[in-house]
Design a protein around this ligand. Structure first.
Ligand SMILES: *Cc1c(COP(=O)(O)O)cnc(C)c1O
Length: 386
């Protein structure tokens, strides 16, 4: 088999010599963790998103936990969430003893439907967690108005959307708190890593403590001041990220804008080809967003296309195309069914979409020829003649 048939994953990181040098420099320095690279990365990231504060943590799940904690979510509270996401977006609510309340998504974008959010609000609701599914920002003006009307905190799980914007406003600045992941499959990586952005100084302080056991000073502050004593004032966690990870993050952030452009160009190439394929539809993109394309998701209508999603998935995988399915609706996971009695039928739009969606390969290193190969194999999987 030649390289022509090599496996194409659905996502892949991009690491160059400049990234490697950045990491090595930190490994040779005095500070491997709680050092100066943390703040440097946080400041660069805050500037990139046009906000005043960014708090770096060890992964995107920790970022969500920090954000939910800063939002003041407590046992007895309800939080409105979307089913069309990775479980972590909802788990953060459960970590704090609160109850997730699922609001269904819009059929064409699979973003949380503001009208459904409104229906789920009670006098116990404390917050909304919106997810920028696939990389397109939610309808934040409408969500903001709902949150303000009911006194709720608006959290954006923006793990898919870094580098995008909504009505010319930057992702990371669209909610009270926005969270990011730097897992290798995301737009930029630190191996494992995460970030929360906010314009609220009190939230930022609370999260800085929360990531360090609920202690008010960190190790370096105490070294600098020549003191040893510290006080734990809240119950926190060790959610710290290392300096060498932040060095990698800084290098990656510099390359992010060109990577997002490349993702958008790949999406256009898919869009153009799919116009000629019946029964396979890309999700709608609203005109007021710049889509960051963490994922390129299509819906397969088996009536029109001649093959169902599962059959297409299997045929493409057998031909070395790393397609994937995002996501099993969170409320259908056994844990949620058992603990929150969330049964099938709760979110019919998300459930129907789940049976049809397929994520095609999408990462900046994907070549035009590889995109063509993905499209040829998709057509073959549907039974169309090449
Ligand atoms: C990746 C991801 C997370 C979790 O991030 P980790 O860094 O893997 O913990 C949470 N929410 C969404 C939408 C994600 O895509």
């Amino acid at each position: 088999m030649g390289c022509e048939r090599a496996y194409i994953p659905y996502g892949r990181q991009n690491i160059d010599d400049d990234d490697i040098t950045g990491v090595i420099d930190v490994l040779k320095s005095d500070w491997l963790t709680t050092g100066p690279k943390i703040e440097e990365f946080e400041q660069a990231f805050a500037e990139f998103c046009g906000v005043s504060h960014a708090v770096a943590v060890c992964n995107g799940t920790a970022a969500l936990h920090c954000a939910a904690y800063a939002a003041g979510i407590q046992p007895g509270d309800e939080v409105v969430v979307t089913p069309m996401t990775f479980a972590a977006s909802v788990n953060c609510v459960v970590y704090l003893g609160a109850t997730p309340v699922f609001a269904d998504v819009e059929p064409d974008t699979l973003l949380i439907d503001p009208a459904e959010v409104e229906k789920k609000i009670t006098d116990r609701t404390r917050a909304i967690v919106a997810v920028d599914y696939a990389g397109q920002s939610c309808n934040y003006d409408t969500l903001r108005a709902i949150a303000d009307r009911h006194g709720l905190v608006l959290i954006a799980d923006a793990c898919h959307a870094i580098g995008g914007n909504y009505k010319s406003r930057l992702v990371g600045s669209l909610a009270d708190l926005s969270t990011f992941s730097f897992h290798p499959v995301k737009h930029m990586t630190t191996g494992e890593g995460g970030m929360v952005t906010t314009d609220n100084a009190r939230f930022a302080d609370q999260m800085r403590k929360f990531r360090n056991h609920g202690i008010s000073t960190d190790h370096r502050e105490r070294v600098d001041k020549g003191v040893w004593s510290y006080e734990m004032t809240d119950l926190g966690f060790n959610y710290r990220i290392t300096d060498f990870q932040c060095a990698l993050g800084l290098k990656q952030l510099g390359k992010l804008p060109e990577w997002v452009e490349r993702r958008q160009a790949i999406a256009q190439q898919y869009d153009r080809t799919l116009k000629t394929v019946s029964g396979v539809y890309p999700l709608s993109v609203r005109p007021d967003v710049s889509h960051a394309y963490h994922l390129y998701v299509v819906k397969i209508d088996s009536q029109m296309s001649g093959a169902g999603r599962d059959a297409v998935f299997e045929k493409m995988r057998n031909n070395n195309i790393g397609v994937n399915v995002h996501y099993i609706p969170v409320h259908l996971h056994p844990y949620y069914q058992e603990h929150f009695r969330t049964i099938e039928g709760l979110c019919p739009v998300a459930e129907a979409a789940f049976r049809q969606v397929l994520s095609l390969p999408m990462f900046p290193g994907l070549t035009c020829r590889e995109v063509d190969r993905v499209m040829d194999i998709l057509k073959k999987a549907l039974g169309n003649k090449l």
